[in-house]
Design a binder for this molecule. Structure first.
Ligand code: GCB
Length: 612
């Protein structure tokens, strides 16, 4: 719930789940606030004027032929009808409504009653709707969604008004380099919990010799004021669903259960290609049993988790006490037609490509990715640098700071139990040359640390180490660098000396591990120019090889912990003369076909995997 956990909705013997995905009705506003003023949530949207069918989950921008919808700024409205079965009305059972995400600011009504408000995209939100739904009858859900970005949203943007022949028109401006897709872009579900329900689980693990230790905290809610006895039980199941450990307590305080389970000869969670069986997952089965008004109430929630350790110091980054070198990508949630909408076929293909190319890591640039995407990373052993949506932070204010911290709170709350998440990224390319960046990032970093002291924090730097004011608060420093692209264009010979010198400079100044979080060259697939010339496949290949040489020099130093290509695949951006249908720095096209460099990256990544 709003103040408690945001556990991924899962069915169990005591929890039911219904998807609200599918075609909803949709319309834009002709003037701002039109929907609110006319109370569009009181009836079906079709009664307010013309609507169009809109898929959920999907971004709305690219599914029609209208330029005006692609570039729309303001509130759009969605609605649909759904049934709540009569069978859901039993023993005080609760009904919840959960959005995987919606961009950017959402307001939700059920049967005309406001149930939920949330802002910041890419993060889940939910509310209990038991008293708003009609059991055994048809119900209506209405969503107002506003994509406007301002100097105090995360990410930031600004709105300009241009005079056109049709009157004034709002233009959304932003400096970040990906399209500001909007819509209900992740799944929407209704689910039930018993009256007394497991609200949150926090687990972390340690390894002592060959024994895995699982420390957990499980909280429940819904008891009301009378604190009756609640039997809490946690069973750990292995990947074959065999119980391997158990702990229980009779809680009479309502506070929940802090416990520990030891697992002899534990199978550890390893990154891809570091073990024959990477991504090994156990299940933490949490169970509560209590009695209310003479009726027994039980709840069960099953959380997948991995057993691994994470350590870092000034020169190393270790998983299960082995030094780890990250090889991977910056990425985007992005594809034709659906934009940032979750598409399981695309997600599956992307993981098959990641494994094909031998990557063991990526950064969720520049916002938290869908939970279904993160599930794959847990299962496949892909290490994640989990990034909050603060991209290109500039014009620092208290209001921005609060939003930025809130995005971290929500992201960490969502992803805290994932073994794949090995680093939190608190920002991408902050304008950290401003003196105000010092106080701002001190506060942001302290906030992230207070929420999770067990994972290191990073940020991807744009400014050089002599100008930057933010890296002093990080554990690991990420560097985005475009030598021979945005600077010294075409001069491949500068890459090695400049990159090596700069990375050494960062390490010397801060005495911290460093990785390259971005380097890349825009490449038009099929453009061949030899000797290599910018935008050709040959240039992307030569540019990469020069970086590989620089990385090999840097790998002699233990503090250099990873290389990530910008980008995994081509992706859409705002219109810009430097962009051809979008950013073309992918080693795969937007349709996930390889450019020539992909075969070179594959050779390197497998070589690195087997050498280390
Ligand atoms: C960057 C940004 C990324 C851009 C990239 C580029 O440094 O972090 O969002 O897409 O450069 O290609 O310009």
């Amino acid at each position: 719930g709003a103040l408690g956990g945001i556990l991924y909705p899962r069915e169990s013997e005591f929890r039911d789940l219904r998807s609200l995905d599918g075609i909803w009705q949709f319309r834009t506003e002709n003037v701002s606030s039109q929907g609110t003023v006319n109370q569009w949530y009181m009836n079906r949207l079709t009664e307010t004027g013309p609507t169009i069918p809109m898929p959920v989950p999907s971004s709305y921008n690219d599914v029609t032929l209208e330029k005006s919808l692609r570039e729309y700024v303001g509130s759009v409205w969605y609605d649909r009808n759904f049934f709540v079965p009569n069978s859901w009305r039993q023993n005080g059972q609760r009904v919840w409504l959960r959005f995987g995400a919606a961009h950017y600011k959402a307001k939700v009504w059920v049967n005309g009653q406001e149930v939920l408000e949330h802002d910041i995209g890419h993060l889940p939100f939910e509310a209990e709707v038991t008293s708003s739904v009609l059991f055994g009858q048809e119900n209506r859900i209405t969503v107002e969604l506003n994509n406007t970005l301002t100097p105090t949203t995360v990410p930031q943007g600004s709105v300009a008004v241009e005079q056109t022949l049709d009157g004034p028109k709002k233009i959304q401006q932003y400096t970040f380099d990906f399209f500001n897709y909007a819509g209900i872009d992740r799944p929407v579900v209704l689910y039930t919990t018993p009256a007394v329900f497991i609200d949150d689980i926090t687990a972390h693990t340690d390894v002592i010799d060959t024994t895995g230790v699982v420390y957990f905290n499980m909280t429940y809610n819904g008891l009301g004021r009378i604190k009756t006895n609640v039997k809490c039980q946690v069973t750990i199941l292995d990947a074959q669903n065999k119980p391997v450990g158990i702990d229980m307590v009779n809680d009479t305080t309502g506070a929940g259960f802090n416990g520990m389970v030891e697992i002899p000869d534990a199978k550890l969670w390893w990154p891809y290609l570091m073990d024959p069986n990477p991504g090994y997952l156990y299940t933490l089965e949490a169970r509560i049993t209590t009695t209310q008004s003479g009726v027994e109430i039980q709840d069960v929630y099953r959380l997948p988790f991995g057993i691994r350790t994470l350590h870092w110091d000034n020169t190393t980054f270790l998983i299960n006490n082995k030094p780890v070198y990250m090889r991977g990508f910056g990425r985007h949630e992005d594809s034709d037609i659906r934009g940032k909408g979750l598409d399981l076929a695309l997600v599956t293909k992307d993981y098959n490509l990641l494994k094909w190319v031998g990557a063991n890591a990526y950064r969720t640039s520049h916002y938290p990715y869908a939970e279904e995407i993160m599930d794959f990373a847990d299962r496949e052993g892909i290490m994640i640098i989990d990034e909050c949506p603060a991209v290109n932070a500039d014009i620092y204010s208290d209001a921005l700071l609060e939003k930025h911290k809130s995005s971290l709170t929500q992201m960490i709350q969502r992803d805290k139990n994932r073994p794949s998440v090995v680093i939190w990224s608190i920002a991408n390319e902050p304008r950290s040359q401003h003196p105000q960046a010092t106080a701002y990032f001190r506060s942001v970093a302290a906030h992230a640390k207070s929420l999770d002291p067990r994972r290191p924090i990073t940020a991807a730097m744009m400014y050089g180490f002599s100008e930057d004011h933010s890296a002093q608060f990080l554990d690991i420093i990420g560097v985005n660098r475009y030598n021979a692209w945005y600077s010294d264009v075409g001069k491949l010979e500068v890459i090695q000396p400049k990159l090596v010198a700069e990375i050494e400079g960062w390490h010397q100044l801060h005495n911290k591990p460093v990785l390259v979080t971005e380097y890349g060259a825009d490449t038009m697939p099929g453009l061949h120019i030899q000797p290599s010339y910018v935008w050709s496949e040959e240039y992307q290949a030569d540019y990469s090889v020069e970086h590989f040489k620089a990385f090999d020099t840097l790998r002699q130093k233990s503090y250099f912990v990873g290389e990530m290509i910008w980008n995994f695949a081509d992706f859409k951006t705002d219109q810009d003369i430097r962009r051809v249908g979008g950013n073309m720095k992918g080693i795969f096209t937007r349709q996930r076909q390889p450019k020539s460099v992909a075969f070179q990256v594959r050779r390197r990544y497998f070589h690195l995997a087997h050498e280390l």
